[in-house]
Design a protein around this ligand. Sequence first.
Ligand SMILES: Nc1ncnc2c1ncn2[C@@H]1O[C@H](COP(=O)(O)OP(=O)(O)OP(=O)(O)O)[C@@H](O)[C@H]1O
Length: 248
Amino acid sequence: MTEPALAVEGLRKAFGGLTATDDVSLDLRAGEIHALIGPNGAGKSTLIGQIAGWIAPDAGRVRLAGRDVTGLGVAERARLGLGRSFQVSSLAAPLSARRNVMLAAQAREGSSFRFWRQVRRDRALVAAAEAALARVGLAGRGNVPTAELSHGERRLVEVACALALGPKALLLDEPMAGLGAEGSGALADLLETLKAEAPILLVEHDMDAVFRLADRVSVLVAGRVIASGPVAEIRADPEVRRAYLGED
Ligand SMILES: Nc1ncnc2c1ncn2[C@@H]1O[C@H](COP(=O)(O)OP(=O)(O)OP(=O)(O)O)[C@@H](O)[C@H]1O
């Protein structure tokens, strides 16, 4: 069997007496969108932090395309192909959209660019940034300072930053937040095509988006995965309906 793009095995993290993630295992396979849902405080952000590398787990492993990255930091995981975008914008507002994406692309190359002549290096970065912006539908918006873009466009620039890393897996934390119906529809269309390039672990509160986009869903409640499977199965699961969808 081929290695999953991303595998999480037995991740556990406690804050004092509170176990925020309790033996969480899940994987992300080629070509899929795997949604992670759960009520507020379920442990989603804590799990994402452990996958991305800024929270150290008490136990468990994270593997990226078969490689154990548990001991590596955020930047190293990004360089190895873990692309991500988060609720809180990480863009530099005064810089242009293109410059932001170039910075992300540069992170991928790391010190290897040292050996390049400046001009060649800049050309390669501009080309990588333009390609990523075009991919998210922002061709022609590269020169605009990020601060002048709409909220929806900024979210797309964040996805372009993740794509510029040439990701093996994408981690998207509430990408639809704050987007209107039109914006989230456009982003959903984009994610549907992107998943073929890099599978997506999607944390999302918008259930319509989850049920439309996800191939599989895992439900986290009080730090534990209470159910995981195809969308239809999860929607019909009585425990999920009780614990999460708020039904008797
Ligand atoms: N740094 C921390 N110190 C102490 N407790 C924390 C810390 N981070 C998270 N928690 C607690 O861990 C639990 C899980 O929180 P987490 O933010 O991971 O949940 P979540 O599912 O992302 O919630 P939301 O949907 O509201 O973002 C919560 O009870 C939270 O209060």
